[in-house]
Write a protein that binds this ligand. Structure first.
Ligand code: AOF
Ligand code: ZN
Length: 357
């Protein structure tokens, strides 16, 4: 096997290990590390939880004692540039330099201003051969939340809705009032709960809170609950609603004054003349809190405002092919989008769109 393909195989292994941290490390990046001697894997590690050891340190700690003396011949693979800063943990690059690895292979540079290239400089200064950019695009995709937060100063935004075969996301009763409508099936619902466990926050508007009264927690699989976000200009949503349950923290973005509450916080943000919330102000608050990804779950008006202002990264659109509603609430309409994946769960197609800027 050639040198390039072995590097790529080992980097894929780093990605696989890194992903084990999904749902636990945010807003830190997902990082995995593999140490090889010749073409044999000697040790592996990954960043398992926020504040805990970085991937490189975990992999080094797992090297069998009898192999420790051979590290000057070894190669260390890690998907993110080793860090150069004292954060919650001591820096990785000086540790790697001290152990004197022969070669270090990296997928992405760390855009974090305290690191950005300085980790690589430390390794090179110690005489270590550094290979950068292995499966760079895949590495960026893996750490899309981290890169979006670092580069755009806002969380990674995932829009999510389910619609009928004829493009409605809900029904209206005889008086024209919106009614809770079930569109997803058992499998897609389970997958939606997995998504919640992976992301840091989940957002809905006033109408959805009133009509659907969702809990927005992770119940069908294991995982941490995301922070619940509610856009509620005039504090219409009753505090006995499910969104204020004890299961998770809730942040309400309101025109009213900021205030700490037993369920979380009211956060004052500006609204325009038409009553639309300032999404950049919500983003600013989320960045400050270290919430690096958000699922926008509806309703249609809330979703459309994120689309119209271009504040989204991907959208998960489920179509219940067997349900025809004839009339109701129109599904949002995406702009500048392209489908990058399609799933099918028992006749329900799930289209994953990405935003093209
Ligand atoms: C690595 N390997 O496994 C991770 C890195 O507060 P700390 O000490 O956990 O530092 C967090 C920062 O360190 C994070 O923003 C990112 O720049 C880098 N994360 N670096 O070499 C790792 N998790
Ligand atoms: Zn580190």
């Amino acid at each position: 096997m050639g040198k390039v393909s072995f590097d790529e195989r080992m980097m894929r292994r780093c990605f696989f290990l890194a992903e084990k941290g999904l749902g636990f490390v945010a807003p830190n990046p997902l990082v995995g590390c593999v140490i090889t001697l010749g073409e044999e894997i000697v040790s592996e590690g990954y960043h398992a939880a926020f504040g805990e050891a970085h991937a490189e340190r975990a992999a080094i700690a797992n090297v069998p004692v009898e192999m420790m003396g051979k590290m000057r011949e070894a190669t260390l693979y890690v998907n993110l540039e080793p860090c150069a800063h004292f954060g919650k943990t001591p820096p990785c690059a000086p540790l790697i330099a001290e152990m004197g690895f022969k070669r270090v292979v990296i997928s992405n540079r760390d855009p974090y201003k305290e690191v950005n290239g300085r980790g690589i400089e430390i390794l090179k200064a110690a005489g270590i051969e550094v290979t950068e950019g292995v499966l760079e695009e895949q590495g960026r995709r893996l750490n899309r939340r981290f890169f979006t937060m670092q580069e755009k100063g806002r969380p990674y935004v995932i829009l999510k809705w389910a619609k009928s075969a004829d493009d409605f996301i809900g029904i209206l009763d005889s008086k024209g009032k919106a009614k809770r409508t079930r569109l997803s099936n058992d499998i897609s619902k389970l997958m939606a709960h997995r998504m919640r466990a992976y992301e840091s926050a989940i957002l809905i508007g006033t109408q959805t809170a009133v009509i659907d009264n969702p809990l927005l927690t992770v119940r069908l699989c294991k995982g941490q609950n995301p922070v619940r976000l509610l856009i509620d200009k005039d504090l219409i949503v009753n505090e006995t609603s499910n969104i204020f349950s004890n299961d998770a923290k809730t942040l309400v973005y309101t025109e009213a004054a900021s205030e700490e509450k037993e369920w979380g916080e009211r956060v004052h943000v500006d609204y325009d003349d038409k009553g639309s919330v300032s999404i950049p102000q919500i983003f600013e608050d989320l960045a400050k809190r270290g919430l690096s990804s958000v699922i926008v779950e509806g309703g249609s008006a809330t979703l459309q405002s994120f689309i119209d202002q271009g504040y989204w990264d991907e959208a998960r659109v489920e179509t219940a092919s067997e349900i025809v509603l004839t009339r109701g609430i129109q599904a949002p309409v995406l702009k500048n989008n392209e489908v990058f994946r399609q799933d099918n769960f028992e006749g329900h197609t799930i289209e994953w769109h990405r935003h093209i800027e």
